[in-house]
Design a protein around this ligand. Structure first.
Ligand code: ZN
Length: 117
């Protein structure tokens, strides 16, 4: 298996965000399917479209966001970042791609991938 960049799961890319809450639906060692929800994330994001209001109140205006972070690949949850490391543009979770170890009737029993024989 190649060390694809897909194995790394990133948080929100926007700069200047403030993480409010992160709720994991998976644990380290869990098997996850592609596009399965890994965690729910609540954060505040600077509202760049509202510069007039920001000028009036002399502070950045934040918009509250709530997102789901989904698994980019099918595999195993290798590592979950501790809450203090959850930041914009940082890796929140590392996945290990499914190695299709157990095949039944030509299909991987973990992820359902069809194995060619
Ligand atoms: Zn598999």
């Amino acid at each position: 298996m190649s060390d694809s960049i897909d194995n790394l799961v990133y948080g929100p890319k926007q700069p200047g965000i403030i993480i409010k809450e992160i709720k994991w639906e998976v644990n380290e060692g869990d098997l996850v399917k592609q596009s399965q929800c890994l965690c729910h994330l609540k954060y505040d994001q600077p509202e760049t479209s509202n510069t007039l209001l920001a000028m009036v109140i002399q502070a950045p205006v934040y918009a509250s966001k709530s997102i789901k972070i989904k698994a980019p690949i099918t595999g195993k949850v290798k590592k979950i970042a501790p809450p203090e490391e959850i930041q914009a543009n940082k890796v929140v979770c590392i996945l290990e791609p499914c190695r299709h170890d157990t095949v039944f009737s030509g299909l991987c029993v973990y992820c359902g991938f069809q194995i060619e024989e």
